[in-house]
Design a protein around this ligand. Structure first.
Ligand code: AMP
Length: 282
């Protein structure tokens, strides 16, 4: 596995891979890798000839007062893990390589960014879309592997790829969970032991909601009531939102008639966690 920290050296390696006729799979991350990230890399490895993972804690997707400064940075450990799953190249640029002095350009995808995470974190998705547009221009991937754990992020980037006519496909991948259901996340490391136990409530609420759907419930207000009831049972959990939306547009719905997503954002102590579960008539 090779490590790259400059745009020029990464581009040279990409050009060489292309010249050999290789397809390029790309897994963008902020590092602090866990099995969720590795599942994306493993899938990329089975579907692409040359797999690139980026490790970049992107400053522009953090709002003021968020955890940019204390976000875990552990590149040596991350690269050893990436190598184990067969990643061919890790791209870990310094911030000034991604944001040249005087940088002004912002990519925003206002519609699908507006609600939920975008409402709670107003500059977040523009930061994500901007850095991904840059990364896609450097790595020139055929396929980009992204976790459904961050469902709205997947929808924002699918919209961006369509709108900018990018020659790549975003591949949404299943959420990897801990044995008790908690979605793996780099931010789970912030939880104290008692908070970690309390954090199980996110998946418990989603699972109860899906159970109710399978039992025939189609009314979103009834399904939402299930989410709220389960979350209310955990004293450490302070829900930000918990509802059921259209799985593609993420717009509110009254009745589940097509693919839907139960989505939750919950503060457990000082840590804000998100999760979702997709379900639908088929
Ligand atoms: P991050 O490093 O948090 O920016 O995440 C990088 C990629 O890993 C994103 O596409 C995430 O959606 C994905 N990811 C994060 N957690 C999980 C998980 N538990 N299961 C699957 N993918 C995940």
């Amino acid at each position: 596995m090779r490590m790259f920290d400059s745009v020029a050296s990464m581009r040279t390696a990409i050009r060489a891979a292309r010249q050999e006729g290789h397809t390029i799979g790309f897994v963008p991350t902020m590092g602090a890798l866990h099995d969720g990230h590795l599942s994306l890399a493993r899938r990329a490895r089975t579907e692409c000839d040359f797999v690139v993972m980026s490790v970049f804690v992107n400053p522009t997707q953090f709002g003021p007062g968020e955890d940019f400064a204390r976000y875990p940075r552990q590149l040596n450990r991350d690269s050893a893990m990436a190598q184990k799953v067969g990643v061919h190249a890790v791209f870990a640029p310094p911030p000034d390589a991604m944001y040249p002095a005087g940088a002004q350009t912002v990519v925003s995808v206002p519609g699908v960014s507006a609600r939920w995470e975008g409402a709670a974190r107003p500059t977040h998705f523009a930061g994500v879309a901007t850095v991904c547009a840059k990364l896609f221009s450097i790595v020139e991937p055929d396929r980009v592997y992204m976790g459904l754990k961050d469902l709205q992020q997947v929808r924002v980037l699918q919209r961006m790829a369509t709108d900018l006519i990018l020659p790549l496909k975003i591949i949404p991948c299943e959420t990897v969970r801990e044995p008790d259901g908690l979605a793996m996340s780099s931010r789970n490391a912030y939880l104290s032991e008692v908070e970690r136990t309390g954090a199980r409530v996110l998946y418990q609420a989603l699972a109860a909601c899906e159970h109710e759907f399978r039992a025939g419930e189609r009314s979103v207000s009834a399904l939402e009531a299930v989410l709220q009831r389960v979350l209310a049972g955990e004293p450490l959990a302070r829900p930000d939102y918990a509802t059921v939306v259209d799985a593609v547009t993420l717009e509110p719905i009254d009745t589940v008639e097509a693919q839907a997503a139960a989505i939750v954002a919950v503060r457990v102590g000082a840590t804000r966690l998100i999760d979702n579960l997709l379900f639908g008539p088929n």
